[in-house]
Design a protein around this ligand. Structure first.
Ligand code: NA7
Length: 560
């Protein structure tokens, strides 16, 4: 089919206009010269950050690393204002990028994909949208994010609640005014921990319903001064080299020190220093925090003692420190006065692990033990159906199979990038890639660069379709599982990394825990060797490489 003749036929379509989709559009359109469009559900760019506007919504990656590094010019003409970028500033940044690269003209906004089906006859993907449009493309790239399908738990009675309720991941675009209101918040993950201190600032009363207590490290957020801003702008090369070489894509290195190889006194001093550094840097204090239970317990005890020092009421401190999982085995939150907020008279902590929620009533939340909490507003900080749901929501299918049936037992793919049976489809930061265990923009750039080179290779070599082999997916999925099993990561009851937060979801550890630097080498090797493990079809050749040819010889350098 001659794509240039028809307005709704593209070389490539990209779904989502966040960090991934914007960069992918730029690469395919401006570097490869393809006809490309982005389909975006929201009315503006931002992706996950377009929707995440809840009080306190802020990235836990540090600003100097939470950005694109593909363009020196973009880097040098931008300045962040704080140590961690707030949600509004991230949207401003992505709008700045979209404007600088003139991306907006090729983005369809307010358009939701309802179905993606591959035709074996035309070898094109047909993308249907909820407004009954159909677009066609040869290359389909999903840029839908890992945390974009919200999880509102199915609690009896929600429809009869007479007040307003919100999910943090779909926050209204106007400010929500909590003045004079009794607010109930369910959920104490990274999001809930950010929201609590902010909501408490204005509401009349805040009741926090906690199922699983969580570790949290002080963020020590601060405004950047001019000296630091100038330093960041003038150190593009160093920062780029740093984030592209670390195991987690963050602009700091995880120490090589082992927790138990230093004296007790030295260990305490090191934890204390790391605590004062704050944020995700705390995780970097020792190398083995996620591979040794003894090491992890030492960190956990240190954090629990800090929480006890902050919280004045011993009963509340007990509920907050009754933590059942290893530190950082769940996504490790960072906070600004989270624990201290429970010292305020108008903030109450309710332990719903011992006394679960029975139902939502017209006026609040009732617990199984009989207590009733009167509320005007409920905030669900209950997280996401992470990683797989944003992809499953696209209803991806071919005449032979659908993604829903292929992933019935959990996600299976090759490198987190490609799925057997689904030709010419690429999934940016899909399950099976470092994604949520890394600093996302760095992982995104790595994926977009790889996908772009792969498409360029196909075009140059006359390949009409590329598809991951089944055996490659089996080997990779097994490698992802074994890598996680070598760590403490799967040892958590309710972890969204495992899909365990969603009733009925297959329990599979989804992100790749082998480290972004290791993963990058694996992906590069596979590309250099002519896309090993993929089937490449062309009119002239039919090339298949043996998946057993690729060996993950790099070893595991934990990316968490
Ligand atoms: P998370 O980390 O999944 O946290 C969700 C919270 O909501 C967590 O405390 C859950 O408790 C709680 N939750 C979920 N369902 C229920 C029900 N049914 N009843 C009570 N409590 C519930 O999501 P976040 O939005 O905080 O963070 C997601 C990521 O966004 C984060 O890691 C950053 O990368 C950005 P549980 O622990 O399951 O017992």
């Amino acid at each position: 089919m001659r794509t240039e003749k028809l307005s709704n036929v593209y070389d490539a379509l990209v779904i989502g206009a966040g960090f991934s989709g914007l960069y992918q559009l730029h690469k395919l359109r401006d570097e490869l010269g393809l006809k490309v469009a982005v389909i975006e559900k929201g009315a503006g760019v931002g992706g996950t950050w377009y929707w995440n506007r809840y009080p306190g919504a802020r990235c836990d990656s540090e600003s100097q690393g939470y950005a694109y590094f593909f363009s020196r010019q973009l880097h040098e003409n931008w300045q962040w204002s704080e140590r961690y970028p707030g949600n509004a500033e991230i949207r401003k940044y992505l709008n700045y990028v979209a404007d600088s690269l003139n991306l907006r003209k090729d983005i369809f906004f307010n358009k939701t994909v309802s179905n993606c089906s591959f035709s074996e006859y035309t070898e094109l993907w047909e993308i249907q949208t909820e407004d009954f449009d159909a677009l066609y493309c040869k290359w389909l790239v999903t840029a839908v994010g890992c945390l974009s399908a919200t999880n509102v738990p199915n609690i009896t009675g929600i429809s009869r609640f007479k007040g307003d309720w919100y999910h943090t991941g779909k926050w209204p675009h106007n400010d929500v005014d909590f003045n004079g209101l009794r607010v109930g918040q369910i959920g104490t993950g990274s999001t809930g921990i950010q929201a609590v201190p902010e909501i408490a600032k204005t509401c009349e009363h805040l009741t926090v319903f906690q199922r699983t207590p969580n570790y949290s490290i002080p963020a020590h957020n601060t405004k950047w001064d001019a000296t630091y801003t100038d330093w960041v702008r003038s150190h593009y090369d160093e920062l780029k080299a740093l984030v592209r070489s670390t195991s987690n894509g963050h602009p700091f290195r995880i120490s090589n020190n082992l927790t138990m190889e230093v004296s007790d006194e030295e260990r305490q001093k090191m934890f204390e220093r790391a605590w004062n550094d704050g944020g995700l840097r705390f995780r970097g204090v020792f190398h083995d925090l996620l591979t040794s239970q003894t090491a992890n317990s030492a960190a956990a005890d240190f954090i629990k003692s800090k929480i006890r020092q902050k919280v004045t009421d011993p009963k509340t401190a007990d509920i907050l420190t009754n933590i059942d999982h290893p530190y950082a085995a769940k996504r490790p939150p960072i906070d600004t006065y989270y624990f201290e907020t429970f010292n305020k008279d108008h903030v109450t902590l309710v332990d719903i692990q011992t006394d679960p929620i029975a139902e939502i009533t017209r006026n609040g939340i009732a617990l199984e033990g009989g207590a009733h909490h009167e509320l005007d507003v409920i905030v669900f900080a209950t997280g996401y159906d992470a990683m797989t749901k944003p992809l499953l929501n696209l209803n991806i299918e071919t005449p032979k199979t659908s993604l829903k049936s292929y992933w019935e037992g959990g996600p299976r793919n090759y490198l987190g990038l490609a799925i057997p049976g689904f030709p010419n489809l690429f999934t940016i930061t899909g399950p099976g890639s470092p994604s949520v265990l890394s600093n996302m923009p760095v992982s995104i750039e790595q994926h977009v660069d790889w996908i772009t080179e792969c498409i360029a290779y196909c075009i140059e070599t006359g390949c009409t379709s590329i598809e991951a082999q089944e055996q490659s997916a089996e080997i990779w999925t097994d490698h992802v599982r074994k890598t996680a099993d070598a760590t403490l990561l799967p040892k958590v009851q309710h972890s969204w990394y495992l899909g365990a937060n969603i009733p009925g979801k297959p329990r599979v550890f989804m992100p790749y825990a082998g480290g972004l630097n290791t993963y990058r080498k694996i992906c590069d090797n596979i590309a250099e060797e002519g896309y090993k493990g993929f089937v490449l079809n062309s009119e002239k050749t039919h090339k298949t490489s043996k998946p057993s040819d690729f060996i993950f010889s790099e070893g595991v350098s934990l990316g968490v």
